[in-house]
Design a protein around this ligand. Structure first.
Ligand SMILES: *Cc1c(COP(=O)(O)O)cnc(C)c1O
Length: 371
């Protein structure tokens, strides 16, 4: 089976992890700090706070921004459920926005339409790896005093107006799950520029405690205070050793992903396989390569039968039973997301695909779609 996404682990990655295992610190040690600085530096942010997964990062971001009961946060309907769930974790309400029918990104006009006196923040999702229109979103957020959070779990390395994701919103969240661009097994990071937010993120990651074990051992003190109710969302040095090694390979991963996407684009032109629209002037990071086909379920099954692990991203979040039950959402709320959902298919896209694999995916997809 050719999977839709897969990690790429090199011998250098393995060596880096083994070095961490032989070191003094297995968790919250120097490798966590080094990875945080490296990611922040790469994307043009002032700090990074590494956490146990991307979902934890989204939860940390909501907490650090002080979002809570009675607040509303605008989220796109076409995303992974975690984007909305983090709003529920802090007792606030996600308000589902419809997406642009061409790109499946969050349109600024839709954000404006949904702003209410309770709105506190917007979470933009760089669906498939393409950055949202952050200039427009930022203008709206500034005018209405809202926080702008980027769920950039698909888009590390993407660029808009010469700036990378991580430097485009108040807080940006990355995931290092194995299907994402770079992996730590499980992992995530919140990056930003405001030192007050950094402080709150670090404290929430570590039980709400005002210092870390390593700081206390360096200062020869056992004293600490728990200031607020936090979580244990720490990530290990073993994982961050892998992350730092993977980050050095990210430019190569991006190049290969963009190269494969360009081959798909060219091969599907004029066929019944319709790639999503791309926005001119931005650099797409291509976490996913998503196409629309008329008879999606048939094409999906035909590809699976041909050994191609196509997938569907995503069931619109407001259609999940949990949200239908708790927020009374349902079909008709976000028509563009719903009609896209009937047709979308994610084709294999990862740096380990050979040129032959790409040709196989193209041939089988066009054939299954009746081209
Ligand atoms: C992967 C992903 C997440 C969650 O990341 P985890 O590391 O799996 O918790 C959140 N949002 C989006 C859009 C994602 O793709």
């Amino acid at each position: 089976m050719i999977p839709y996404g897969r990690q790429s682990i090199s011998e250098d990655d393995v060596t880096a992890v083994c070095e961490a295992l032989r070191s003094d610190w297995l968790t919250t040690g120097p490798r966590v700090e080094a990875f945080e600085r490296a990611v922040a530096g790469y994307c043009g942010a002032d700090f990074g706070v590494a956490v146990s997964n991307g979902t934890a990062g989204l939860h940390c971001a909501m907490h650090a921004l002080g979002i809570g009961p009675g607040d509303e946060v605008i989220v796109p309907a076409m995303t992974f459920a975690a984007t909305a769930n983090c709003v529920r974790y802090v007792g606030a309400t996600p308000v589902f926005a419809d997406v642009d029918p061409g790109t499946l990104l969050l349109p600024p006009s839709e954000v404006e339409r949904l702003i209410s006196p309770r709105t506190r923040a917007v979470i933009a999702v760089d669906y498939a790896g393409q950055p949202c229109d952050y200039d427009a979103l930022r203008r709206i957020c500034v005018a209405h005093k809202l926080f702008l959070v980027a769920d950039a779990c698909h888009s590390i390395g993407a660029e808009a107006a010469g700036r990378r994701t991580g430097a485009l919103a108040d807080l940006t969240v990355f995931s290092f799950h194995p299907v994402k661009h770079i992996t730590t097994g499980e992992g995530g990071m919140v990056v930003g520029a405001d030192p007050k937010l950094e402080h709150r993120l670090r404290r929430f990651r570590n039980h709400g405690i005002d210092s870390e074990f390593r700081q206390r051992s360096e200062q020869n003190t056992w004293r600490y205070e728990m200031i607020e109710l936090g979580m244990n969302y720490r990530i290990t040095d073993i994982q961050c050793a892998l992350g730092a090694s993977q980050l050095t390979r990210l430019p190569h991963f991006l190049e290969r992903r963009r190269d494969i996407a360009a081959r798909y684009d060219q091969a599907f032109a004029g066929s019944p396989v319709r790639p999503l629209a791309t926005v001119p002037g931005v650099r797409h990071a291509y976490h996913l390569y998503v196409v629309r086909v008329a008879d999606r379920d048939h094409v999906f099954s035909a590809l699976r039968a041909a050994g191609i692990g196509a997938n569907v991203h995503y069931i619109p979040v407001h259609l999940h039973p949990y949200y239908r039950r708790t927020q009374n959402t349902g079909p008709g709320l976000c028509p563009n997301a719903e009609s896209a959902y009937a047709e979308i298919l994610s084709l294999p896209l990862h740096p380990g695909l050979s040129d032959g694999d790409v040709q196989t995916v193209i041939r089988e997809t066009v054939r299954a779609a009746g081209g």
